[in-house]
Each structure stands twice: as C-alpha cells, then as structure tokens.
Design a protein around this ligand. Structure first.
Ligand code: SF4
Ligand code: SF4
Length: 299
C-alpha cells in the first residue's frame, strides 16, 4: 500500500512492515519488548524508577527484568509461538543506551539465531552520541528519542538532574546538556540514514505550548515522526512536579495539540504506550504467557 501522502517513499519502504509505524502492518506483524536496561542516567519529574520508563511505555507498570541471556531465550520462545514477530525493541525500563552493554549483548545473542528480526531502541538521548556507530552496526532501523523540550529553562522544570561525565548536574545546566546531546544524536542518526521517531510527553502548563517549537526543531533535523504522548499522572506513580502534583492532558487537549501539529510532522496516533515487556500484535499483550517461569529451560 502507499504510505501517508506527506511521507517520502523511501521512508515508507522501511517502515511499512513495522507494527508501530504502519496502521496496516500492526494487524499482521508483531513486536515485543524485553526489559533488560533497568538503570537510567537522568531524572524525569514524571518518572518513578520502580516502573517502566515513560520513554516508550505506559508508566506505572512493572516489567519483568531480564538478563541478556534470559531475554534472548524469551525472544526465541516467542518467535516459535508468534510467527508474525518482526521487531524486538528495548525500551527500558530505564535507558537502553545508558545500559548499552546489556542492550547490545541482547541484540548480538538474538541476531545469531534470528537474523531477520529488526531491532529498535528508545532512549532519552543523553548517551546517544556515544553509541551511534554501534547502533549503525546492528539491524536497527529505528531509534526513538524522547524529547520534551528544546529550551533548557523549560527543561529545568521537567528534569531535576542528569548524570553525565561521571557527575550529577542539576537545573538549567543539566537541561542544556541533555538538549545538546539529544539534537546531536538525532542529527548523527539521520545522517546515517537511521530513522528517528521523537516521542514527547505532553505536560500541561509546562511544555504543552512549547511542543510546537519542539516539533519544528526535530523535523528540521530529520525526525520522520513526532509522537505526542499524554503525561499519565497517577498518585501511585509519584510525579514530582511540586507538592500538588501535576495533571495529565485531557483527551481534548491532546487531540487539539496533535491537530495543530498535523502539518508539522507525521504524527503517530495509534501508539499504545506498550509495556516495556509487551509481546504480540499491537493492541494485544501476551507478555504474561512468556514470563521466564513459563518458558522455563525449554529453549
Ligand atoms: Fe524515568 Fe525514563 Fe525519565 Fe529515565 S528517561 S527518568 S527511566 S522516565
Ligand atoms: Fe509501538 Fe507500543 Fe512502542 Fe508505541 S509503545 S512504538 S505502539 S511498541
């Protein structure tokens, strides 16, 4: 089929079989995530480290943490049961590139047995420029970067600190470094022909208006999709925006922003913010069928 009218043919060619990018493919191809990367190098105000990273997954759920060997075993078990499996993603539960050894070790173990499978990763971008060469060496067509701001003053309200260059950095300085690394990583990937999707978490009163500027900046640097996700604020998730907490956008606010940006980037509206250990066709999650105790030593 033809892709969206505003999408170049060569990009559509790369994503048309990817369940997350193509409305059509998500009925026929399956994806799975494995949660091998628990550590993170930044603090988002909307994160609670007990749960999955909001980079890619619905926050507030706990994924099964796996070693690279366990993850590879699980992927092979799933591939035997779910023939549509086409994509393996690593989206946390922390940052896939801060824990890059575990991420790349998992890909290496899997690709020896499933050479056709495609990989994707999602990251906050801070460590991204250091790993672009290694990303290019694997079968990684797509990288997702979560970019919530391009203005460090706004960033300081979202990120209390980052851990960079072996030290903890706070405030506007931290947000400035994160912003520069995100833009550098995005440019390095697109220069090498690796597709980049940008996720943004819409936080009312903090970055909601600003996301239009983010949209223009990431599009200028070659991001092929910009996916606006709502902040999901639940008390048990423990958002840290001041004492009163921070609400998420209403469905109408989210749609209004997505409509506003429709000309600025191709938006992905069917992202389900899947769990970091989701398995199956999009919209279904068979993760509980493939927990380690169930696949046992059989593989
Ligand atoms: Fe949490 Fe993800 Fe932010 Fe890290 S990047 S603090 S895991 S939401
Ligand atoms: Fe696809 Fe789910 Fe990842 Fe969204 S969260 S990009 S729907 S796998």
């Amino acid at each position: 089929s033809d892709g969206p009218a505003d999408m170049p043919a060569e990009i559509w060619e790369k994503i048309k079989d990817h369940p997350c990018y193509s409305e059509e493919a998500h009925h026929y191809f399956a994806r799975m995530h494995v949660a091998v990367a628990p550590a993170c190098n930044i603090q988002c105000n909307y994160c609670n480290r007990k749960y999955d990273c909001a980079n890619e997954s619905r926050p507030g759920v706990v994924s099964e943490r796996l070693t690279p060997e366990q993850a590879a075993r699980k992927v092979i078990a799933v591939a035997n049961e779910v023939p549509q499996l086409s994509v393996l993603g690593i989206a946390g539960p922390g940052d896939s590139l801060y824990d890059w050894k575990k991420t790349f070790e998992t890909f290496e173990l899997v690709e020896t047995q499933l050479p056709d499978i495609k990989f994707c990763i999602s990251t906050n971008g801070l460590a991204l420029p250091d790993h672009v060469e290694e990303i290019a060496r694997h079968n990684i067509d797509h990288v997702t970067i979560t970019i919530n701001m391009v203005d460090p003053e706004i960033g300081a309200k979202i990120y209390p600190w980052i851990f960079f260059d072996k030290r903890r950095i706070h405030g506007v300085e931290a947000a400035r470094i994160l912003h520069e690394r995100q833009m550098q990583g995005l440019e390095m990937l697109t220069e090498r022909g690796i597709l980049v999707k940008v996720n943004s978490v819409m936080i009312p009163g903090i970055n909601d208006e600003h996301l239009k500027v983010v949209n223009a900046e990431v599009k200028k640097r070659g991001a092929f999709l910009h996916n606006i996700m709502p902040l999901i604020s639940a008390p048990e998730h423990g958002t840290h925006f001041g004492l009163t907490g921070q609400r998420g956008p209403t469905a109408a606010e989210l749609k209004a922003l997505q409509d506003d940006l429709a000309d600025g980037a191709n938006l992905m509206r069917h992202c389900r913010q899947c769990r970091a250990d989701a398995v199956g066709l999009l919209g279904e999650d068979r993760g509980q069928e493939f927990t380690l105790d169930k696949i046992g030593e059989a593989v």
